[in-house]
Design a protein around this ligand. Structure first.
Ligand SMILES: Cc1cc2nc3c(=O)[nH]c(=O)nc-3n(C[C@H](O)[C@H](O)[C@H](O)COP(=O)(O)O)c2cc1C
Length: 219
């Protein structure tokens, strides 16, 4: 690595000068409620893609991670919902190893939320409803098959996309069999608030005997 790059990596500030405060003693009993509050604050602060989190999974080939869109948070069960095809890498990993971690980072507020839990695949009806709520253009893209493991020809993709756009127009209720909604039922959720003095405030909710325990963590 060049000295220039090392210096640049050190120089870029991760957070703005002003950071919100976080009082762990004044938090709700369940992490879902606090998450929605923090998410609303992040969206209002103009954080781009505040609804996008990094989903980490594991399977026999090892760990992998990617950005997915948060679809909903079920406050009653403290479950975070994401959607991805069952035959994608995250989908097949969540099928064989139904545990996952989902991490959100909202730099404008110096906040990170880390969710870990077991994965439950939603019903066919719920997955179909999620798919049909997407815009037609997104549904057309998702309906393009992948005849080869890698893309070797842009024209082949464009042709397949045109064909699947026609299918969506002909049948607006079309849902790919593989489309799936997944719930990450949290057993641990950590809220992390940066502080410029590096005395970051960390609060972890841990499911214990059907209830939530709240614990402070060292910065
Ligand atoms: C902001 C953002 C949101 C995304 N949302 C989704 C999503 O909700 N579902 C999904 O399958 N892929 C989503 N992706 C694409 C995934 O990160 C990933 O590229 C895709 O799942 C293909 O991964 P795979 O080849 O391992 O199956 C999103 C990417 C970004 C950058």
């Amino acid at each position: 690595m060049s000295d220039d790059l090392r210096a640049r990596l050190r120089a870029i500030p991760p957070f703005p000068a002003e950071l919100p405060s976080f009082e762990p003693g004044a938090t709700p009993e369940s992490p879902g409620v606090l998450f929605v509050d923090w998410f609303e604050q992040a969206a209002s602060a103009g954080v781009l893609a505040a609804q996008a989190g990094v989903l980490a999974t594991n399977d026999e080939t090892g760990p992998s991670a990617r950005v997915l869109t948060l679809k909903d948070v079920d406050i009653a069960t403290d479950a975070w919902e994401v959607a991805t095809p069952a035959d994608s890498r995250p989908g097949s990993a969540m099928t064989t190893t139904p545990r996952a971690a989902l991490t959100f980072f909202w730099p404008a507020l110096g906040r990170q939320v880390r969710i870990e839990g077991r994965v439950v695949r939603a019903s066919t009806e719920e997955s179909a409803a999620d798919f049909l709520a997407r815009p037609a253009s997104a549904r057309a893209v998702s309906l393009v098959g992948r005849p080869t493991p890698t893309l070797t020809d842009d024209a082949a993709y464009e042709g397949a996309l045109a064909a699947s756009s026609q299918r969506v127009i002909a049948d607006p209720t079309l849902v790919p069999e593989s489309w799936a909604l997944w719930r990450i039922v949290a057993d641990s959720v950590e809220f992390w608030q940066a502080s410029h003095g590096r005395a970051h405030t960390r609060l972890r909710y841990r499911r214990a005997d059907g209830d939530w325990a709240r614990e402070r963590l060292w910065p």
